[in-house]
Design a protein around this ligand. Sequence first.
Ligand SMILES: [Ca+2]
Ligand SMILES: [Ca+2]
Length: 259
Amino acid sequence: MGISDIASKISGITLSDAPPQEQTPYKNVISVPGTIEAENFDNGGQGVAYNDVSPENQGGAYRTDESVDLVESDGRIVVGYTRPGEWLEYTVDVSEAAEYELEFTVSSLNGGGSIGIDVDGETLLSGIAVPRTDDWDSYRTFTENVTLASGEQIWRVNMESAGFNLDKIVVRPPGSTSILRSPVIENNLAIKTVAGGFHVTAGVSSAQLKVTNIQGRVIFRKSGVFTNSFIPINAGGVYFIHLTQGDKRIIQRYVACQK
Ligand SMILES: [Ca+2]
Ligand SMILES: [Ca+2]
């Protein structure tokens, strides 16, 4: 067998010559409203169901025959070792065209990441900053509101800027959550909800704090620099806490139980 025969045999087994795999849901089509676990990306492999820079599963968890880096962290399976330009696709079925709230669960040691979502090739979200959580094993949520069409669709989650772990995205009708865990945009801007009220920090430059009730009426307003300042909420009901500082903004829902 000559060199050219060997070369043709080698090229005959390279993956690039294999026909592309068909894209199918990993377990089931994911019902929305519902939970998209990041690790349950579609079947189909590199270039079809996902784009992953490193050929091996660097975390070594869950789906060990895929290139996507899956890590066990804080008792969860998450997508880790994210790199800019990587993406994952999910086959979802939206029950009803409506507004929904997307709640992302993430961790990030150093912050600086951003995420986006395309639906059937159209941008749904782009440039969404992923909060810093100071530890890879420390997870937080943040939410974005979107309008979705009904029916089966392919969601592509884009790792626009890297440096975060993605656990899951919960999709729910807006207004259906109870107390959300606190998002942190930067270390110096945070809302931490607790029973009986919330703590607010805007530690570096002056921020505006506004609390509205479910009718949109402002019931509390404060501006300046706060460090872990406690704002009591005494009457039961649903409130929205708005914290803005320059172009940064956190809006968080707070549900106070009747006493
Ligand atoms: Ca990989
Ligand atoms: Ca997960």
